[in-house]
Ligand binder design. Sequence first.
Ligand SMILES: C[S@@+](CC[C@H](N)C(=O)[O-])C[C@H]1O[C@@H](n2cnc3c(N)ncnc32)[C@H](O)[C@@H]1O
Length: 333
Amino acid sequence: MDLPNQLRVSLEREVRGHDGAALAREAARLSAQYRGEAAATVAPHPVTALAYAVTRMPATFAATAAALNALASGLPEFAPRTLLDVGAGTGAALWAATGGWPSLETAALLEHDPLMRALGQRLAAAGAGAVAKARWLPADLRGPWQAPSHDLVTAAYVLGELSAAAQTALVARLWTLTDGALVLVEPGTPQGWATIRAAREQLRAAGAFIVAPCPHGELCPLPADPSADWCHFAQRITRTKAHRAAKGAKLGYEDEKYAYTAVARSPGNPVGARVLRHPVTRPGRVELQLCTGDGLCRRLVTRSERERWRVAHALQWGDGMALGALGSQVSEL
Ligand SMILES: C[S@@+](CC[C@H](N)C(=O)[O-])C[C@H]1O[C@@H](n2cnc3c(N)ncnc32)[C@H](O)[C@@H]1O
């Protein structure tokens, strides 16, 4: 996946004129902060927002775009006209949603950090339609804030920054503001998945229809302890020149691991089964770990199965498939 061209150009323009060494130092500090090795900045600085936009926004854009693609596949008739994104940062979800749905006409973005908002707004000015016209609004998601309901509501990489009680309150609030679909995205860590799993259960109890990634709307069959096993996926994103420079990175891409849930007011067409891990390929056989409507299962497909072999061989981690595409012989995990 690539960043939208207008966003990439706009980011490069922002980086020009900045001290590359200071940006690299701030990028390193942000990485350490995300790994829990450094304290959060006490007084945020414009270079913090720029380091975030250059080094993290491409990955959060890619993860959010992948989650929204899964929603679009499971809800093909959905053509949202209005978007509400909370904890918007520098606007990753705005770019991801408008890339997926040209039907979007207006977007409201809530973000409490004025430096993130200002940078996001400057980046979005290079976009078209709903991106350029988006309204960037100050709001503390822990306090009282007002917003009308929207067709599509998103919260990407923000729940994890709130206390457990604030997460529960925010998920409930977001669902009341959702006319069509709600998508929550978090890092693909055990902690990120625990946050998504709790939100999924909360939304299920509130009557939401699960559209993706799950092939069912039942209780998640994975163990409750996320350190034992957790549901997450990976999305590859091309690194920009500025990103490689700021991180001193040699590879031209990175793989962002993420967890998500996409729910809706109306039932969608969830996949029949989803591949939960990298398929294990050996000569003449592919082994798949799947989540299905009947729970978790392992499916071994051999070359002699011809058509199923062709299907299985093309499948990748995170892919969905129709029920029965691999036959019904499965073993429970
Ligand atoms: C990790 S960033 C994610 C930004 C963006 N959603 C993305 O995917 O790139 C988390 C964002 O949530 C914002 N945030 C955290 N707590 C917040 C709060 N209580 N109210 C509003 N925004 C908040 C932060 O300022 C930051 O911009």
